[in-house]
Ligand binder design. Structure first.
Ligand code: ZN
Length: 197
């Protein structure tokens, strides 16, 4: 807008000034402080509340209120059929998680998320693939190693999922080859060169 409605003498300066004004508005309306006449000032509660109550203001400033989700609840985002678990973030199918069930903690991978509702009654279950942690570290990576026990499939209530963890495939032992590739980018443009992973 500010690069269109100006006299084109110094568009970069006009854009910089407009961005500065927007930054100042964001600072004030999100509850930031400033010094005026030696005193620390802040916008009133009604001004700060505007950001939480006006979606159009949130969209213009690129801010969304944090979504309140009950831990263990399941939802279907957008038109996707995939369901997510809300436990310190979202766990899609395939995630590795820590589970607390029947007085024990264990590591598992989510195979399936089941959701059923009748009236205001809902039932959320998760099918897990349970893994055990070996006592010895990996001989090369020196990291903990997971193994499949004999009984490894089980169904638990979604509220037993504690949090998501990062588990990586042992590509060295399995002999995986470098199959991933991405286009190398230079200053936001694709350079035409490919990088192998
Ligand atoms: Zn691999």
């Amino acid at each position: 807008m500010c690069s269109v409605l100006n006299n084109h003498q110094a568009p970069s300066r006009d854009i910089a000034l407009k961005n500065g004004e927007l930054g100042r508005l964001t600072h004030i309306i999100s509850g930031g402080y400033w010094v005026q006449n030696g005193q620390t000032e802040r916008a009133g509660e009604s001004v700060i509340a505007l950001l939480h109550s006006m979606p159009i203001l949130q969209r213009h400033l690129g801010w969304t209120p944090p979504r309140q989700m009950k831990p263990g609840s399941v939802r279907c985002p957008g038109r996707e059929k995939r369901m997510l678990l809300a436990v310190q973030g979202c766990c899609p199918v395939g995630s590795w998680v820590i589970v607390h069930c029947k007085d024990r903690h264990f590591i598992a991978q989510i195979i399936e998320i089941l959701h059923s509702s009748k009236g205001n009654q809902t039932l959320d279950l998760v099918t897990l693939h349970e893994f055990t942690l070996s006592e010895a570290l990996h001989h090369y990576y020196e990291m903990p190693v997971l193994h499949k026990p004999e009984r490894h499939h089980l169904v638990v209530n979604s509220e037993t999922i504690q949090f998501i963890i990062n588990v990586q495939h042992d590509c060295r032992a399995a002999g995986c080859s470098a199959t991933g590739s991405t286009r190398q980018r230079q200053e936001r443009m694709e350079s035409g060169q490919e990088l192998m992973h």
